[in-house]
Design a protein around this ligand. Structure first.
Ligand SMILES: Cc1ncc(COP(=O)(O)O)c(C=O)c1O
Length: 388
C-alpha cells in the first residue's frame, strides 16, 4: 500500500466557500450569462491615489528588499500611532507585528497560543477561517451563537457558561462579518471580566473598525487590563480599499509579539517593504476617501435593507457596520444553500449561504453591498422575480 499523501491535520482544514461561489459565477459568465456579484468581501473602490503614489515613491527609493520580520520600524511606529489615536490607548511600536494582510495574525496567534485540547470560543456565524484554524491546530472549537434578535450580538450569560478552565482564547469580531452586527461596550466588558478572571486571551478582529455607521467603534483593547491579554487584528484591506496589497497588522502584548514575529520569520519572512511604506501614507495622509466610501456604503446599506424587506420570505435586520447584510430567509421555505444555488443559477445573483459561516448560519444568506447602487437595485429585482 502506498503512503498517504496528506498529513492527517489536512482533514481538519476548512476554507472560504466565497472562492467556490466566485468560481461558479465565472463559469456562468464564460457561458455568456450576466452575474451580479453580491458575494464579494472587498470594497469595490480603488485604493486612493496618495497611497499608490507613496508605493511608487518607495519603489523608486529602493524599498525592494527584505525587512525585519516584525515590520519596518517606521511602519510599526506609524501603525502604533494610528492605534493610539483611534483607540485612545498608549501603544508601543514593539506591540505591532506587520503581516501580508490581517489574516496571518489569526493563524499565528492560534499556532502560538493554542495547544491540542485547548478550548477556543468563537462567533458562529463568523469568518470561516476562525473555525478552520482552531481545528487545524488541534484546538476544540466552542461556538457562541450570534442572535438575530440581539442585532447579531450574543447572550452574556450564555457566553460565560461556555468558559471552562480549558478556555485558552476567545475570538471576537466587531463590526462583524457576515452579519454586520457590532458588540456593545457592555458585552465587551463582560468578555473582558471573564478573560481576566479565567486567564484567557482575546483575539479581537477589528478589520472593519472604520466601516461603522451609527455609533463609534468600541474595542475591548480600551478596557483597563485588556491590552495585556488582547491580540487585536487591524489592517488596510477594508479601510483603505487595499485588499490586493496584502497589508495588515496585529497589536500584540509585548511578551508575545516577538514569538508572533518568529512565526513570520518561519513563513513569509516579512511583509512587502514598499507596501508597508504605502501603508504609512494610508494612516498618516488624508482620510477623506475612507469617509466618502463609508458614506456611500451607508446609502447602499439602506437601499438593500429596504429592498430585501419587501421580498416575501425575507426579514433583514439593519446592520450597524461592515458592508454585509444577513437576512433571515426562513420565510422562503428554502434552505440557505438551496437559495444560494437558486439565486446564482436562476436569478444570476451571486450570494453566500449563511452556512458558509458556520452551522448557525442556516436560515440566512449573506449579501455584500460592495457593489454599485444600480447593480444592487437590479439584483433586488431579479431576486424578487425568481421568488415571486
Ligand atoms: C472578519 C475578517 N477578518 C479578517 C479578514 C482578512 O483580511 P485581510 O485582507 O487583511 O487578510 C477578513 C476578510 O474578508 C474578514 O472579513
Amino acid at each position: 500500500m502506498g503512503k498517504r499523501v496528506f498529513a492527517k491535520r489536512m482533514d481538519d482544514l476548512g476554507t472560504e466557500t466565497a472562492f467556490l461561489v466566485l468560481a461558479r459565477a465565472k463559469e456562468l459568465e464564460a457561458e455568456g450569462r450576466e452575474i451580479i456579484h453580491l458575494e464579494i468581501g472587498e470594497p469595490d473602490f480603488d485604493t486612493p491615489d496618495n497611497i499608490k503614489e507613496a508605493a511608487v515613491r518607495a519603489l523608486k527609493e529602493g524599498y525592494t528588499h527584505y525587512g525585519p520580520s516584525a515590520g519596518l520600524p517606521q511602519a510599526r511606529e506609524a501603525f502604533a500611532e494610528y492605534v493610539a489615536k483611534n483607540r485612545g490607548v498608549d501603544t508601543s511600536p514593539d506591540q505591532i507585528v506587520i503581516t501580508p494582510g490581517a489574516k496571518p495574525i489569526m493563524f499565528f496567534t492560534m499556532l502560538a497560543l493554542v495547544d491540542p485540547g485547548d478550548e477556543v470560543i468563537y462567533p458562529n456565524p463568523g469568518f470561516p477561517i476562525y473555525e478552520s484554524m482552531i481545528n487545524y491546530v488541534g484546538g476544540k472549537p466552542v461556538p457562541i451563537p450570534l442572535e438575530e434578535e440581539k442585532g447579531f450580538s450574543f447572550d452574556l450569560d450564555k457566553f460565560k457558561s461556555l468558559v471552562t478552565e480549558k478556555t485558552k482564547l476567545c475570538i471576537i469580531n466587531s463590526p462583524q462579518n457576515p452579519t454586520g452586527g457590532v458588540l456593545s461596550r457592555e458585552i465587551l466588558e463582560g468578555i473582558a471580566e471573564a478573560a481576566m478572571e479565567n486567564g484567557f486571551y482575546v483575539l479581537s478582529d477589528e478589520v472593519y473598525s472604520k466601516i461603522i455607521y451609527e455609533e463609534k467603534h468600541e474595542s475591548i483593547y480600551t478596557i483597563p487590563g485588556m491590552p495585556e491579554r488582547t491580540i487585536m487584528i487591524e489592517g488596510h484591506s477594508k479601510t483603505y480599499a487595499m485588499t490586493g496589497w496584502r497589508l495588515g497588522f496585529g497589536v500584540i502584548p509585548e511578551n508575545i509579539a516577538p514569538d508572533i514575529a518568529k512565526l513570520q520569520t518561519n513563513s513569509n519572512s516579512c511583509t512587502c517593504s514598499f507596501t508597508q511604506m504605502a501603508g504609512i501614507e494610508a494612516v498618516r495622509g488624508p482620510q477623506h476617501a475612507t469617509k466618502a466610501m463609508v458614506e456611500e456604503f451607508r446609502v447602499r446599506r439602506d437601499l438593500i435593507v429596504e429592498g430585501l424587506n419587501k421580498i416575501p420570505g425575507f426579514r433583514c435586520h439593519l446592520p450597524l457596520g461592515s458592508f454585509y447584510v444577513f437576512p433571515n430567509i426562513q420565510g422562503t421555505k428554502r434552505g440557505s444553500k438551496e437559495l444560494e444555488t437558486m439565486l446564482m443559477e436562476e436569478a444570476g445573483v451571486a450570494v453566500l449561504s449563511g452556512t458558509s459561516f458556520g452551522a448557525f448560519g442556516e436560515g440566512y444568506i449573506r449579501l455584500s453591498y460592495a457593489n454599485s447602487q444600480d447593480n444592487i437595485r437590479r439584483a433586488l429585482e431579479k431576486i424578487a422575480k425568481v421568488l415571486g
